[in-house]
Design a binder for this molecule. Structure first.
Ligand SMILES: Cc1cc2nc3c(=O)[nH]c(=O)nc-3n(C[C@H](O)[C@H](O)[C@H](O)COP(=O)(O)OP(=O)(O)OC[C@H]3O[C@@H](n4cnc5c(N)ncnc54)[C@H](O)[C@@H]3O)c2cc1C
Length: 147
């Protein structure tokens, strides 16, 4: 048996400095209640790779700009998911004792959990696919432009 403490951290306002940036849990540590921390880490890798495609890595200004443009749209999305995971963890495991009965009634007999976790969160995640489509178009234009 091993005690494995989960810790939550408030979203950080800046991921990139100069030619260095953060991705995954280093940028937005996500408690397991989103079941999406690894998913967001993979997305970060994808968006970072696409944003750096075609950038001259010896051009420090261009790299810095690319990193800033990478993190800007990622921050609000990841912050929402991290916050929701935190809230779910609080509701599931840290509700004050007198409220637990009410919590269980609500979770067992109302569609609240389905609405929040089953519909709204996947909706937000699916929006990332639209972002991937846009990134692919920009990438195709950049590669086409080079050819
Ligand atoms: C119990 C639990 C359940 C989860 N369930 C899900 C799920 O169902 N779906 C989901 O999408 N996500 C889930 N997650 C979240 C997911 O595991 C993380 O968000 C994801 O692993 C983050 O990936 P990462 O690559 O950013 O960081 P990590 O996976 O933490 O990788 C960082 C790596 O860097 C290494 N490292 C650290 N310091 C150094 C150093 N100085 N030098 C070299 N290496 C170093 C570490 O050893 C580690 O291997 C869960 C998390 C937990 C704790």
């Amino acid at each position: 048996m091993q005690r494995w403490e989960l810790r939550d951290r408030k979203p950080v306002g800046q991921w990139s400095k100069g030619r260095v940036t953060l991705v995954g849990d280093a940028a937005h540590p996500t408690s397991p209640y989103a079941a999406y921390g690894a998913g967001m880490a993979i997305e970060d890798g994808y968006f970072l790779g696409r944003r750096l495609a075609g950038v001259d890595l010896s051009d420090h200004q261009a790299v810095r700009r690319a990193l800033e443009e990478f993190e800007e749209p990622r921050k609000p999305h990841t912050a929402r998911q991290v916050q929701q995971a935190y809230l779910l963890g609080q509701v599931f495991h840290h509700a004050p004792r007198p409220l637990r009965y009410v919590r269980d009634l609500v979770l067992d007999h109302t569609p609240l959990l389905q609405k929040v976790v089953g519909e709204s969160s996947p909706g937000e995640i699916v929006k990332q696919i639209a972002e991937i489509d846009k990134a692919e178009q920009r990438f195709a234009a950049a590669v086409g432009g080079q050819g």
